[in-house]
Design a binder for this molecule. Structure first.
Ligand SMILES: Cc1cc2nc3c(=O)[nH]c(=O)nc-3n(C[C@H](O)[C@H](O)[C@H](O)COP(=O)(O)O)c2cc1C
Length: 245
């Protein structure tokens, strides 16, 4: 196994950080390296806001559903899908952006996720750890007001980064048989493999030191998915100029 693959297989989200700051140069290098992520048509449709202001971090922690690590982490980044800069690029060339399609929304969101994951991996390769914060979409308009995020830009998620105080055991992932299909989308054997995965995950939850639980993966997912998630998002995205036609 090479080092990159070993690193990928060792990922766990980190929510407790040492007080040690991340060197500015290191952070910039991580972000610059991560910009080499593939990007749809080279549009690079993202902006990252590093939140230094402690009061703002405290507010973001609350807005994200009271997640204390948002305030405590040495570095908090907000990843935005960004059509605003692309609008400017078009206006430099005396044109207007056709921003109303669902496709352009997908493009900007995917681009944002790709650079973010590069940052997570690059950070881990430098001995840092982190966690994504989808919780910033709990109150996305308040996040926009706080960070002065303009029209045609929306906060996709946040990310806490820092030196890990505590590293959790890796969470077992779905077996390859469920996520990798050959030639066609066959679901043969899926139920059996889901049951096996449920056993594996419930053992992991029972044995881990923190946040012990006894439920299975399908139970956890069901409890989550039977509820409508963040029903305000459609209206919010429309209001930000992501019309998704
Ligand atoms: C887009 C996204 C949003 C997430 N939002 C949160 C969050 O708000 N709070 C949190 O504690 N973890 C969050 N996570 C972390 C996931 O819960 C975590 O990645 C998942 O349970 C797998 O665990 P692991 O990363 O430790 O392997 C998020 C992950 C992703 C990819």
């Amino acid at each position: 196994m090479n080092n990159v693959i070993e690193l990928l297989k060792s990922h766990t989200s980190v929510r407790k950080f040492k007080e040690k700051m991340i060197d500015d140069q290191l952070l910039k290098e991580i972000i610059q390296a991560s910009q080499y992520a593939s990007t749809s048509n080279h549009v690079q449709a993202y902006t990252i806001i590093r939140v230094n202001d402690q009061d703002k971090k405290r507010t973001l922690a609350k807005l994200s559903g009271n997640q204390p690590y948002v305030e405590e982490c040495p570095v908090f980044l907000v990843f935005c899908a960004d059509l605003n800069r692309l609008e400017k690029a078009c206006s430099i060339n005396n044109e207007t952006i056709e921003s109303s399609s669902t496709e352009i929304f997908i493009m900007a969101t995917v681009d944002t996720a790709l650079i973010a994951q590069n940052i997570m991996i690059a950070a881990e390769s430098a001995g840092l750890g982190g966690v994504y914060i989808g919780g910033i979409r709990n109150n996305p308009q308040d996040v926009c007001d706080l960070l002065q995020i303009p029209h045609h830009v929306y906060p996709v998620f946040g990310m806490c980064l820092g030196y890990p105080e505590k590293i959790n055991a890796t969470k077992p992932r779905l077996p390859l048989s469920l996520i990798l299909k050959e030639d066609i989308y066959s679901t043969d054997g899926d139920e059996k493999h889901l049951k096996e995965y449920d056993d594996l995950i419930s053992n992991y939850y029972k044995e881990r030191t923190n946040n012990k639980r006894s439920n299975t993966w399908t139970e956890g997912i069901t409890a989550f998915l039977k509820e409508k998630q963040r029903p305000h998002m459609k209206e919010f995205l429309h209001s930000k100029g992501f019309e998704m036609k």
